[in-house]
Design a protein around this ligand. Structure first.
Ligand code: GDP
Length: 465
């Protein structure tokens, strides 16, 4: 509950140099006072904000009396100038597992309640300290596995997206005020925008929303990852490529056909982007019922892929399985890259390479043995999914489906408002569409968003964040 004072260990559980406990809420200082005694005997209540003080950390003994268990540092943050926007005390102790648990238990005994996962950040959001998109960026920062994810997270936390939204919001407000004036006083010239200015501003708003939407492919490819399926006939080298990209022997590699039966999946960094990689069973006709299930699953995974690595064995001539795969991929709109494998074993104008060049736009020769072609593959995937004109450090970028849906809703409403104005049907319709655009945008930063959405976002955080 928002009114409770909560406490948690904010550093990971384990042995370390130091551990940090956080207490937040109306009673944070009073509760921490029972657990911390400054060496100079000063009370935490009298301590200036954001000043570190050295002292004893106390915890209850068998009789329940609070006795010193460690020496450490306390820092007091006073509302609203704290991460959560509430009174907060941070206690730093030595990083022992039992010691940290004891101090946390002492805080509970003194009146604090255990914090839920992400509750500190959730309070920061509810107290207006950070928008929902910035909270999502913070989540990305904690989970980041690549440098680009870190950059994107840092940009997101700096509020670039919120600032851009504020501008669009302001222009929608101005447009609405003008349209309302036209509705309420049709005969007087009260609106501060003429009809053509109105049209131009609605179009400018629609265009900024559209350009924001175009950042999503880049943002999602970096943050969430591209659903990428490795497919091809048995023994083409699928599991070898999967293992090479995953960086360990996750899939079994043998010369025996039909080894990979189920779909294997892992999320891996790949240059600037992240791949949600799927290794699938070899696509061919099989009488084995178990392998057939694997092949059906492979086909289903393929249908849902955003990027396909279609593998062709460069040491063999294209066969019926290759023809079928080529045909099944021919109508795909999503990115497909044909990879002619095992190029350490062949050279020059290979027949399979020629076949692939004839049927696919993007073709690379690779070897998982020598690593040849893999850097080119990384570069090609980046050019397909990362818009080079976007400055990841400065530009507002959409990174989650939730953000995309909010901006899309706003763009569609702005487009309808423009059509309504152009067709001259009704000014009321323009108004209602502009209001819908504002409504949709207010979901982006969390101004108006359902409790379920908020819970879903914060449930991914750890306890203590
Ligand atoms: P899958 O059935 O498509 O998953 O193919 P595997 O990855 O299991 O590979 C089949 C065989 O080809 C194994 O013996 C691998 O060691 C071999 N192989 C795969 N990729 C390469 C490669 O790039 N170079 C060489 N020389 N052998 C490879």
């Amino acid at each position: 509950m928002l009114g409770d004072t909560i406490a948690a260990v904010s550093t990971p559980r384990g042995k370390g140099g130091v551990a940090l406990l956080r207490v937040s809420g109306d009673r944070a200082i009073e509760i921490s006072e029972k657990v911390f005694c400054a060496k100079n005997k000063k009370s935490l209540a009298d301590l200036p904000a954001r000043q570190a003080i050295y002292g004893s950390i106390l915890a209850p003994d068998e009789s329940g009396a609070f006795v010193p268990v460690d020496d450490g540092i306390a820092v007091v943050f006073r509302a609203p100038a704290s991460f959560t926007g509430e009174d907060t005390v941070e206690l730093t102790c030595h990083g022992g597992i039992l010691l940290t648990e004891k101090i946390l238990a002492a805080l509970f005994a003194a009146g604090a309640k255990p914090a839920m996962a992400g509750e500190f950040t959730r309070r920061a959001f509810l107290n207006g300290k950070l928008g929902l998109s910035a909270a999502e960026a913070l989540g990305l920062m904690l989970d980041a596995k690549t440098d680009t994810q870190l950059t994107l997270a840092h940009t997101g936390m700096s509020g670039k997206l919120e600032a851009q939204m504020e501008n669009i919001y302001a222009s929608l407000r101005r447009l609405l005020a003008s349209v309302y004036a036209k509705i309420d006083y049709p005969d007087e010239d009260l609106a501060d925008l003429s009809e053509s200015e109105l049209l131009a501003e609605i179009e400018a708003t629609r265009a900024s929303l559209e350009s924001l939407l175009s950042t999503y492919t880049t943002g999602r490819s970096i943050a969430e990852g591209i659903a990428t399926v490795i497919c091809g006939r048995p023994n083409a080298g699928k599991s070898s490529l999967y293992n090479r990209l995953v960086g360990r022997d996750a899939a079994i590699v043998t010369e025996v056909e039909g080894t990979t039966r189920d779909v294997l999946s892992e999320t891996v960094p790949f240059g600037k982007v992240t791949l949600r990689l799927f290794d699938t069973a070899g696509l061919h006709e099989s009488d084995d019922p178990v392998e057939r299930i694997g092949i059906d699953r492979a086909k289903k995974t393929l249908d849902e892929a955003e990027l396909v690595f279609a593998l062709f064995d460069g040491t063999k001539q294209p066969d019926e399985d290759d023809f079928k795969l080529t045909e099944s991929l021919s109508g795909r709109k999503e990115a497909t890259i044909a990879l002619v494998t095992k190029c350490d074993l062949w050279s020059g104008e290979d027949e399979t390479l020629a076949f692939c060049k004839k049927h696919f736009e993007k073709v690379l020769s690779i070897s998982t043995e020598s690593g040849e072609g893999l850097a080119e593959l990384e570069e090609l995937v980046e050019t397909l999914f990362v818009d080079g004109s976007i400055d990841l450090r400065k530009d507002p970028i959409l990174t989650s489906a939730r953000q995309y849906a909010a901006v899309l809703g706003a763009k569609e409403a702005a487009a309808r408002a423009k059509d309504a104005l152009l067709s001259g049907i009704s000014v009321e319709l323009v108004c209602s569409d502009l209001e819908k655009a504002m409504e949709s945008l207010s979901e982006l930063d969390g101004r108006s968003v359902s409790e379920d959405v908020v819970s879903e976002i914060f449930s991914h955080f750890c306890v203590g964040k």
